[in-house]
Design a protein around this ligand. Structure first.
Ligand SMILES: [Zn+2]
Length: 387
């Protein structure tokens, strides 16, 4: 087994030191990458969010008029709050063949490998260009990825394929579930609890709607559709948070709850949500008959599109060849891949490290995984050189 390049380790060390927890700006990291690429004569395009505090980075190395191979990674990391780390999460530490630090697996390791190979991309007369895509806010609903996907929709030519380098132990992932989450707000009407007939009880209407959502979740469990490659093999629906009420002797005027679908890629979340909206509309009618200024509203919190890339798609067969993988897999965690696929770019997920080590204290990526990913890059560059 090869050992990783020192340049990859040095770059990863630098990337880990930027605290890019999703609640903070990612611009220091992005500016550092812009400088890194500018020193090599590579221009970047930045796509900022509305606040201007965050940005996606897009760069092309090689011919601009040929569909490229897009390498995608998110710059943000999950919080370390309340986690018991053995060392400072934002200072990378190498120990026992592992690199520890927040984001080493998910997924700055992949970004470091992309950057440490820029000189290789430039040294070759690439027939197929490489597109680097570094996004923001993946961990809080794929916000940057959605903006990048919008950009991809209008791009001509679009990338020929995309590899999202989320940690898969270098396995080739062609499918994952989608996820949509919502907050439901129930606006009732407050009064003394001895006069329940004059009030609109927000907690009770929320409970009725939650019961309806529960029935839908049972229906999915019992009647499918099913895809045995996933665990569970159906679209799951759940309510995870409820807040409502202030005191037992007050009919509560406010309640909100959060729920999510984790859908099979082929299952229509719009149809499922439409049925919940229809239930809410029926309840609202009843509520407004008591007090007009009441009702139920929904706000979408996050959304990941499901991923389903065909086994015989070029994105799958090429990535399998680069990874020297015999088979592809489906996984339960969501990524930006579904959005890029939805924008018309055939996409798979393949990257170093184990998702089981992500989001935890003492997150790490193994040196062997980095080395395996670098071998993937060597094969990919060889292919891109020949076209
Ligand atoms: Zn990730």
């Amino acid at each position: 087994m090869k050992t990783p390049r020192q340049s990859t380790i040095d770059i990863l060390n630098r990337l880990i030191a930027f605290d890019t927890t999703s609640r903070y700006s990612n611009l220091e990291l992005i500016d550092w990458v812009v400088d890194f690429l500018a020193q090599r004569g590579v221009e970047c395009q930045l796509l900022h969010d509305e606040s201007g505090e965050k940005a996606n980075l897009w760069a092309t190395i090689g011919p601009k008029d040929v569909p490229g191979i897009m390498l995608s990674g998110h710059s943000d990391v999950v919080p370390v709050d309340g986690q018991d780390w053995s060392t400072d999460p934002f200072t990378m530490v190498e120990k026992d063949g592992k690199l520890f630090g927040r984001g080493t697996a998910d997924m700055k390791g992949f970004i470091a490998i992309c950057l440490s190979h820029v000189d290789d991309f430039l040294a070759q007369d690439l027939k197929v260009p490489v597109n680097l895509a570094i996004s923001y806010d993946e961990e809080v609903g794929c916000l940057g990825g959605r903006q990048l996907a919008e950009m991809l929709r209008g791009l001509d030519p679009k990338p020929r394929l995309c590899v999202v380098g989320e940690p898969t132990m270098m396995g080739v992932v062609t499918g994952h579930k989608g996820k949509v989450s919502y907050r439901a707000r129930i606006k009732g009407f407050e009064c003394h609890s001895s006069l329940t007939h004059q009030g609109v009880n927000a907690v009770e209407y929320a409970a009725e709607l939650i019961t309806g959502i529960r029935a839908l979740s049972r229906e999915k469990r019992d009647h499918g559709p099913y895809d045995e490659a996933f665990d569970p093999p159906y679209t799951s629906i759940h309510v995870g948070v409820v807040h409502g009420g202030t005191a037992l002797n007050i009919v509560p005027k406010d309640c909100h709850f959060d729920f999510e679908f984790r859908n099979l890629p082929a299952d229509d979340t719009g149809e499922i949500f439409g049925r919940i909206e229809a239930q809410a509309a029926a309840l609202t009618k009843e509520m407004q008959a008591i007090q007009p200024d009441t009702g139920i509203s929904f706000e979408q919190i996050s959304w990941f599109e499901g991923l389903e890339t065909a086994e015989d798609a070029e994105a799958t067969t090429l990535t399998k060849a680069f990874a020297q993988a015999n088979a592809s897999q489906k996984v339960s965690f969501g990524t930006e891949a579904g959005h890029y696929q939805g924008a018309g770019v055939p996409t798979v997920v393949c990257g170093p490290g184990d998702i089981g080590d992500a989001h935890k204290p003492d997150e790490y990526v193994g040196l062997k995984q980095i080395a395996a990913a670098e071998e993937f890059f060597d094969r990919m560059i060889d292919w891109a050189r020949r076209g």
